[in-house]
Every structure is written in C-alpha cells, then in structure tokens.
Design a protein around this ligand. Sequence first.
Ligand code: ATP
Ligand code: MG
Length: 153
Amino acid sequence: MEIKKWIKSLDDTEALAKVITENLFPGFILGLTGDLGSGKTTFTKYLAKHMGIQDNLNSPTFTILKIYNNSLDLYHMDVYRLENIGYDYELDDYIYGNGVSVIEWYEYIDSMLPEDKLEINIKVLGEFKRQLVIKGKGRYEQIVKDIDNRYGN
Ligand SMILES: Nc1ncnc2c1ncn2[C@@H]1O[C@H](COP(=O)(O)OP(=O)(O)OP(=O)(O)O)[C@@H](O)[C@H]1O
Ligand SMILES: [Mg+2]
C-alpha cells in the first residue's frame, strides 16, 4: 500500500507524527528518507513528543544511534554514514528489539531491515512544503490506511 500526502507547515508535520504515534507497537520500524534537511529529524522530534518522551531529541548523525527510554522505547538512528558500508550489526539488537526504531536514510542498511515496515520518503517543495510518499507492507498496510483516513492533506 502506498499513498501520497502533502505537508504545508510544521503543524502538519506534527499532526502526521501524532497519527503515527497512535499506531506504534513494540518492534515498530519506521524508515525515513529524502533530501538533506527535508525534515526527517524534525518528524522524529514530534513522534518522540507524542510518545511522551521529555528529553530533547537531537540528530544522531555522529553517533548513529540514540536511545530514549520510555514506556515504549525509541531508538533513533541516522545511518547516513553507513552509505558505503551497508550494515552495522550492532544495530540488530535495536532493529529487532522491543522499542520503536526510526531510521533516517534507512535504504543504506536495507539488507538488514525486515521487509515489513513503514517507509516515508520526503521531498522538499518549498520552505515549509513537503511531499511525502508513505508505504507499508504486511502489518503496516493497515497503518497506511489509517494515515490516509485521518491525515487529510
Ligand atoms: N513542514 C516541515 N516539516 C519538517 N521540517 C520543516 C518543515 N518546514 C520547514 N522545516 C525545517 O526544515 C528543517 C529540517 O531539518 P531536519 O534536521 O529535520 O532535516 P533532516 O531531514 O533530518 O536532515 P538530515 O538529512 O541532515 O538528517 C528544519 O529546520 C525544520 O524547521
Ligand atoms: Mg536528520
């Protein structure tokens, strides 16, 4: 299942993140990709906020992984630096763990990831405008439908 959605403001980004937060479960995989500065980390910040995480979420670019302990843990990864490596098996425990994995530039470690996941590709259209292609396989198909129904833009 694949849908297209549009974002016109940070409020829209937050509204979409909130709908996704309401669909999370242990072991959830969300892959984010798209232009540099398209809003992958910003989206993750809103997701963390609606998961009830109080800590300030920063980009994990230089650490690859940041862990936020919570009722449902958040594992925030940015695997940009693995572009020419393709994997980092130390991430396995998290990807196949009980928290929620949000992976920026997930396609760089695609071979390590389960097929069933939620994928969001963000394209910059303007200062605040973005186009999103949202895809889900397996269990995530239902979630894409829920996003389609509940996020109107
Ligand atoms: N609708 C929007 N949604 C998300 N971010 C937006 C939006 N409009 C403007 N922005 C701005 O775009 C920037 C996005 O930066 P962010 O670090 O989230 O991007 P990124 O995709 O994680 O970048 P990188 O590829 O470097 O990891 C922020 O400064 C944010 O305020
Ligand atoms: Mg980022």
